[in-house]
Write a protein that binds this ligand. Structure first.
Ligand code: GUN
Length: 281
């Protein structure tokens, strides 16, 4: 029987700490959240982000723009927010509609306000270990491990997925934490064999219930970043919980595992941005 890593509880505890720190600082951090189009999953994420802001004492502005919004209009809004003193963090929810160039949008955000840590300046600073912001989901995973007393040092970590948002930065953060890291992806020759090597397995491939018990080593720590909706409307991760849980030593549930931590890191990054703007950090 695996121990369940309760992301909701850990996240709640950290949000209380952040709330107290914000109140004690006398600052009002400000976050602008931009959503283009009507993707239902993105709309849920944006609503949860706004709710978390209210919970910890962060001022938030949200811009819910129609799918036909032009790239120029979006870049112009980002330009305005870059200059706005009450806004310390800018988040453009991804994915964007196909007619908008995601790279151009990320490049337009002032790196100092890039609380997602997607701008190449911030990505580069993470590679060298000299950063202000860590990307929300991978940093959330590291915090879950830390708060569960799991140290990646010297352990074999396998990351499944190589996206810019999760897989690649996750591998870097594991490396910074002194793990020995393997990154797997759709062209990996024998995914099951690679996964079976893992002491810590982090899965972010976006395929429902893809990792099954036979692909996991006895006693492994299994972190499921996936968030998929089944035909019956239920949320499920990338890990087949029923067959993996009996083999794992620790496992994250979906929902209630990594998801809440992503937003908690965003709150932390926005507070950091406000402190930096005030010359406090
Ligand atoms: N889409 C999925 N995850 C994320 C995230 O962490 N940040 C943004 N901006 N969009 C996302």
């Amino acid at each position: 029987m695996a121990k369940l890593i309760d992301g909701k509880a850990i996240s709640g505890a950290i949000r209380s700490e952040i709330k107290e720190e914000i109140a004690a600082s006398g600052l009002t951090p400000g976050l602008a959240v931009i959503l283009v189009g009507d993707d239902p999953a993105s709309a849920v994420y944006v609503r949860n982000k706004k709710r978390a802001c209210a919970e910890v004492g962060i001022y938030s502005e949200s811009y819910e723009l129609p799918a036909e919004t032009t790239q120029e209009e979006l870049l112009s809004l980002i330009g305005t927010l870059n200059k706005k003193d009450t806004i310390h963090g800018i988040l453009v929810q991804l994915p964007l509609p196909k007619h908008i160039d995601e790279k151009a949008v990320i490049l337009a955000i002032d790196p100092a306000k890039d609380v997602d840590a997607f701008h190449p300046v911030n990505v580069g600073r993470i590679v060298t270990g000299d950063y202000d912001y860590l990307p929300c989901t991978p940093a959330g995973v590291m915090t879950l491990l830390e708060r569960s007393g799991i140290d990646p040092k010297g352990r074999k970590c396998v990351v499944v997925g190589r996206s810019n948002i999760v897989g690649k930065p996750q591998a870097l953060l594991m490396l910074h934490a002194n793990a020995t890291v393997t990154v797997c992806h759709s062209k990996t020759a024998d995914l099951a064999a690679e996964c079976r090597q893992a002491d810590i397995l982090v899965v972010a491939i976006g395929r429902a219930d893809y990792i099954t018990g036979d692909m996991v080593k006895e006693g492994a720590v299994v972190i499921d970043v996936g968030m998929n909706r089944r035909a019956d409307g239920k949320l499920t991760g990338d890990v087949d919980f029923a067959s993996v849980e009996p083999k794992a030593s620790y496992i994250t549930p979906v929902p209630g595992g990594v998801g809440p931590m992503t937003i908690t890191t965003l709150m932390k990054n926005t507070f950091t941005a406000a402190k930096r703007a005030a010359g406090l950090k």
